[in-house]
Design a protein around this ligand. Structure first.
Ligand code: WTA
Length: 660
């Protein structure tokens, strides 16, 4: 840890906020930021209550702010009632926003569709009425397995409108993952597309739904609503499957929203943890919406004329907060993109920024790194060939952004004039936590700078004591905040153990990241300290991948670690012991391919190991514990300088050093 800290602290380049931006920013200048932090410090509950009254429309106003009587199961604004879809759509009717473009949808092939707020409202209402007609009611769970599309957003909003708890499953997840989520959530409804279209290819989705049912345990589901994205054949199961068009046909254009309590779960989103199966992170309605709105206004300094583009997928939390809910609740015009950054060429993002006159652009370091490489290879698609002058703020999310990628993003994409907001947050936090504010912070490439007002982020040692500036430690949040995870669906015990561990007497939220503070009080995130990998911004539990490998009949034992990767941040490296003798040559390559395909089927292609090594055994201590530290060194190709005297079988390391 220490060597990483010193290396980042050598960063001396400073980028103060542009004067023009400071003058008009929602939070303008360090003094205003400090005043807001002080307000939160003095009257924490009052601070959040004030913001919740100002930024959320309540059907029934709340009288209680924070209820911490059941900590760490915190409740915010509990006796208030609202509807999140109402806050995103109805609130704009009868205002100038009504006829404004809500969504600029660009399909993979470049076709652009514009949807105004009024049209979106009607589409959501018709679909919600259709779901009602099918018998769906508040509190039921819906799995959404949809590509990037207006319909994907409509499906989420319609659920929110009816108080149906949605759980979006990323289209890259396998049938097995889908089945596990259907079961865990006890879903009664599945909303899926026939296929998705990305990079010129049609990738089927509906077959995974049918396979999930074939795997069993999905009996809770009454209907599967199928949206047709392509013209291909789609086998429909009689009595269970119903076409999207049929669901909306003849339905009324208006649908009274279901008023729900502030704590009513808006959604469950599954994410990887260090042990066991993915956890269903449960979010609230009121507190979640509040921070979605605030961070749009604070971090992105959203103004009425902005064109906002978040390139995430609705299958991830970034897509929830910064595509489906935040921008719409603020009445923004947003770009929604179906395709991939490199199709038909590596200039696609830049061309789209130019075409749609995007002013705020939000993407992931992995995309930036791959586009840097692509721009080098194909200078015609370098961002300098496009008019990116409309951009005013550019953002990054999902993993640490290395200073060189940051510099390229800042100069080549942002023209040296756009602040880079490097936003640190998590599925569990619901919205931004630590991030520069464009009109406040002087930027340092690679640092997510400082917490938002009201966010009590800190770095502590094992005993929960704040570490000195310059030293590394555990990133924690010392006070509850409105958009925080409420529980793990169906597993409150795991929630408490994972996030409010006894190590800190259950007082602090443990993020699972290592971080350090520099002498100026800037936060530097070093990445996960638990057994969670971050591959291209996707969270993967090493345990999950190990379980998938071990479920293959050929595999006796497996250990998975991460290795730094220039493109994907981290790459998956798997050490495998087969039931048969250790394979070599073509045999080893064939089995490695089979295992990769197996992991893709069990979890999804994003979890496929990049590197697989076979051994007769794994390096273990005499008590039988796998020595992951050593495996990490082996994966990196490092000399083993660590003490191996406790190792039962040191010779194994030599075998595992051999790449295929
Ligand atoms: C990492 C994505 C450094 C971190 C919103 C965190 C980051 C995990 C940043 C959450 C950032 C996210 N700088 N690291 N700006 N943003 N991370 O749940 O390790 O998919 O714990 O949420 O991504 O990933 P998740």
């Amino acid at each position: 840890m220490t060597s990483q800290i010193t290396s980042v602290l050598q960063e001396t380049r400073l980028f103060p906020p542009p004067e023009a931006l400071v003058r008009q920013a929602t939070i303008s200048g360090i003094a205003q930021y400090a005043a807001m932090c002080a307000e939160a410090e003095q009257d924490y509950r009052g601070f959040w209550a004030r913001l919740a009254r100002e930024h959320v429309l309540w059907h029934k106003p709340f009288t209680r702010d924070l209820d911490d009587s059941q900590a760490p199961f915190y409740k915010w604004f509990e006796d208030g009632e609202l509807n999140v879809s109402y806050n995103c759509l109805d609130r704009h009717l009868g205002t100038p926003v009504e006829n404004k473009t809500a969504i600029l949808f660009e399909a993979d092939d470049g076709t652009v569709t514009q949807v105004t707020y009024r049209e979106l409202y009607h589409r959501v209402c018709r679909f919600a009425n259709g779901l009602k007609a099918l018998g769906y009611r508040k509190g039921e769970r819906a799995i959404i397995y949809m590509p990037m599309s207006v319909e994907g957003i409509v499906a989420m909003q319609a659920c929110a409108r009816l108080g149906i708890i949605h759980s979006v499953v990323f289209g890259g997840f396998s049938a097995k993952s889908l089945q596990e989520r259907i079961q865990d959530a006890g879903a009664t409804l599945v909303i899926a597309a026939d296929a998705q279209v990305r990079g010129g290819k049609h990738i089927p989705l509906k077959p995974a739904v049918d396979e999930a049912f074939a795997l069993g345990g999905c009996e809770s589901v009454r209907k599967v609503v199928v949206y047709r994205r392509t013209d291909g054949p789609v086998p429909m199961v009689a009595g269970r499957d119903v076409a999207w068009d049929e669901v909306v046909q003849g339905q009324a254009d208006d649908c009274e929203p279901e008023w729900v309590g502030a704590e009513h779960p808006l959604f469950i989103l599954y994410t990887s943890g260090s042990t066991g199966k993915p956890k269903g992170v449960q979010h609230s309605s009121g507190g979640y919406l509040l921070q979605a709105v605030l961070s749009m206004k604070w971090t992105f300094d959203l103004k009425p004329d902005d064109v906002f583009w978040c390139t995430a997928d609705i299958g991830w939390v970034t897509g929830h907060t910064y595509i489906t809910y935040g921008p719409l609740a603020c009445g923004a015009t947003e770009v929604v993109f179906e395709g991939v950054p490199t199709f038909p060429n590596a200039g696609r993002f830049w061309e789209m920024i130019e075409r749609h006159k995007v002013t705020i652009f939000y993407t992931a370091p992995t995309a930036i790194r791959s586009l840097i490489k692509a721009a080098d290879l194909s200078p015609n698609h370098h961002p300098r060939n496009y008019d990116l002058s409309t951009l005013r703020i550019i953002g990054s999310v999902g993993e640490p952004i290395n200073p060189e990628a940051w510099m390229w993003y800042h100069t080549q994409v942002g023209g040296g004039r756009c602040p880079v907001v490097d936003t640190w947050w998590q599925t569990e936090t619901g919205g931004h936590m630590i991030t520069p504010l464009p009109g406040v912070h002087t930027l340092k490439p690679g640092s997510c700078t400082m917490p938002l007002p009201g966010i009590a982020a800190a770095i502590v040692d094992e005993t929960g004591t704040d570490v000195e500036k310059g030293k590394g430690g555990f990133l924690v949040v010392k006070k509850p905040w409105p958009s925080m995870i409420r529980t793990i669906w169906g597993d409150p015990d795991r929630f408490r153990k994972s996030y409010f561990p006894d190590d800190f007497q259950g007082r602090f939220y443990l993020a699972g990241d290592g971080a350090s503070l520099d002498l100026d009080g800037y936060f530097w995130i070093m990445g996960r300290i638990d057994d969670v990998l971050n591959v291209s911004g996707h969270r993967l539990g090493t345990m999950e991948i190990e379980s998938a490998l071990v479920s293959n009949p050929q595999v006796a034992e497996a250990a998975v670690v991460g290795r730094q990767d220039d493109l994907t941040g981290e790459a998956v490296v798997a050490f495998v012991v087969l039931k048969q003798a250790r394979p070599a040559g073509a045999d080893a390559a064939r089995i490695a391919d089979e295992l990769r395909a197996w992991v893709a089927k069990e979890i999804g292609p994003i979890a496929k190991p990049k590197d697989i090594r076979f051994g007769d055994n794994l390096p273990k201590t005499r008590s039988g514990k796998i020595m992951r530290r050593l495996l990490r060194a082996v994966a990196k190709g490092e000399e083993i300088t660590q003490d191996v005297s406790t190792l039962e079988n040191p010779a194994i390391l030599e075998q595992l050093k051999q790449p295929l």
